[in-house]
Design a protein around this ligand. Sequence first.
Ligand SMILES: NC(=O)c1ccc[n+]([C@@H]2O[C@H](COP(=O)([O-])OP(=O)(O)OC[C@H]3O[C@@H](n4cnc5c(N)ncnc54)[C@H](OP(=O)(O)O)[C@@H]3O)[C@@H](O)[C@H]2O)c1
Length: 256
Amino acid sequence: MVENRIAVAGATGRVGRHVVTGLEQAGFVAVPISRSVGVDLVGGEGLEDALYGVDAVVDAATGASPDQDEATRFFVAAAQNLHRVGSSVGASRIVSVSIIGVDQFTAGYGVAKQRHEEEILAGSVSAQVVRASQFHEFVPLLIAWGTDGGVSRLQRTRIQPVAARAVAEVLVEAATADWVSDPERVVEVAGPREEDLAALARLFVKRTGDSVQIEEVVNEADPDHHLYESGALLPGASAKLAGPTFEEWLDSNDRG
Ligand SMILES: NC(=O)c1ccc[n+]([C@@H]2O[C@H](COP(=O)([O-])OP(=O)(O)OC[C@H]3O[C@@H](n4cnc5c(N)ncnc54)[C@H](OP(=O)(O)O)[C@@H]3O)[C@@H](O)[C@H]2O)c1
């Protein structure tokens, strides 16, 4: 049985903020972890105080850089610190969010996430990895990253995006449900249907009145470009699928 206090690493992030709300709505005390509240997962400052009396940890943090080496350093340090301090305070589990298909990547942030998963699953506290598909909230960021001179060039990608709030609900369930036996080590959550990234981006800019043009490209300089087109980011048959669709999310008040 999970007790009252659950820490949320990355509590101010796209998914972490919904984990905090979800835990509070379920009657738990959510203890926020982020640098903005004075807790650093990498250096460890403030972590012992934050995890004191905590029974479980939801790990929804990510560092500032998507660069493979920088992101790897972040995830390895953060995971090791969460296990070391979590174990010392008697935390019973860590639930960590990752990305569907990440095990197939050979370069970049995907490889950093592989190391993240390895460190989380290898630590002394029981752990589960929840692999999610791309968040609806990630589409505007991809548009911004791809923009140069009024055109946003986006890699041709098959995705099944999901609302960050829906991912948070799965994380809250995983962090609070009774684990009568060992849970599955890795589970998946995705949105309700497959979509095409460029089409979603066009929908987004049309709805928000942005003048940027969306151009679909195949970036052959990316050694993993074929994975985006082959469906490697799509969920497996046993994944949990959760709405809203991207379009429903656009229409909602949940875009913050
Ligand atoms: N975005 C997606 O579409 C997507 C899809 C699937 C899985 N995921 C995974 O979901 C996780 C969260 O992604 P997100 O997009 O929600 O992240 P995000 O919005 O960028 O939020 C990152 C969070 O981590 C915190 N953080 C950063 N550095 C920190 C540090 N040194 N110490 C403590 N906290 C730190 C940030 O707060 P401060 O800056 O205040 O420290 C913030 O709360 C990541 O592991 C990501 O790989 C993301």
